[in-house]
Design a protein around this ligand. Sequence first.
Ligand code: 4GT
Length: 251
Amino acid sequence: MNFEVVTLFPEMFDSPFAGSIIGKAVAKGLVRITAHNLRDWAEGRHQVTDDTPYGGGEGMVMKPEPLCRAIRSLKQQYPAARVLMMSPQGRRFDQQQARQLADEESLIFLCGRYEGFDERVRSYVDAEYSIGDFVLTGGELPAMVMIDAVARMIPGVLGNQGSAEADSFSDGLLEHPHYTRPAEFEGRQVTEVLLSGDHARIAAWRRSQQLLRTLQRRPDLLEHVPLTEKDRVELKRLKEMLRHDKNNENT
Ligand code: 4GT
């Protein structure tokens, strides 16, 4: 899969994907990440990419011509590519979209700086994405976040395919807790279930822990997840357990 990034700071993309799992996927040829300098598509001796806003006001606006030339040139090279604009006004990026975008052959990321893009660039864009309700100084970090989340969903990128399937959100629930050796750490024992070797019991415990975690930390997620009848029974038991714990808090 090709990730083409248009940015004023291409060097920002060097180290984040150098080592690590994504770096290995690049080495294996599963993923290609190319950062392009927007300046290369700017005109004149000074290769200006920004200008003052019409109507006045603070800051600078990214000129439309260099961005549109960049899009045209990259689309010529990758005709199937989807053009994604990084923007706090975009639709919220989530795991479901990471999975969907991983099916694409090529993605073009537009990273803004200053006050953002001239509005007319938006008509050359397929989708606008935000990674959360906060403002950053540029779209580069959001693009890196999206590239990491999408790339790890490509078959073969993660060593074992099971870990992508077990991720938080992959089944709509948060992940169960993880433990490794030692079995006792600072007086705290790993639950006997995980040491039992009884795979059915371990699976049931983990599912219950997923439900409990999600109930305690992200109850909003429970409104959309498909739950089995067994899940519903367990969830009811967990809710009663929590209600009972709460009633005993003040006694
Ligand atoms: C936040 C996000 C984003 C920014 C986000 C244009 C100039 C936007 C700076 C850029 N901030 N981009 N994509 N929450 N800032 O995703």
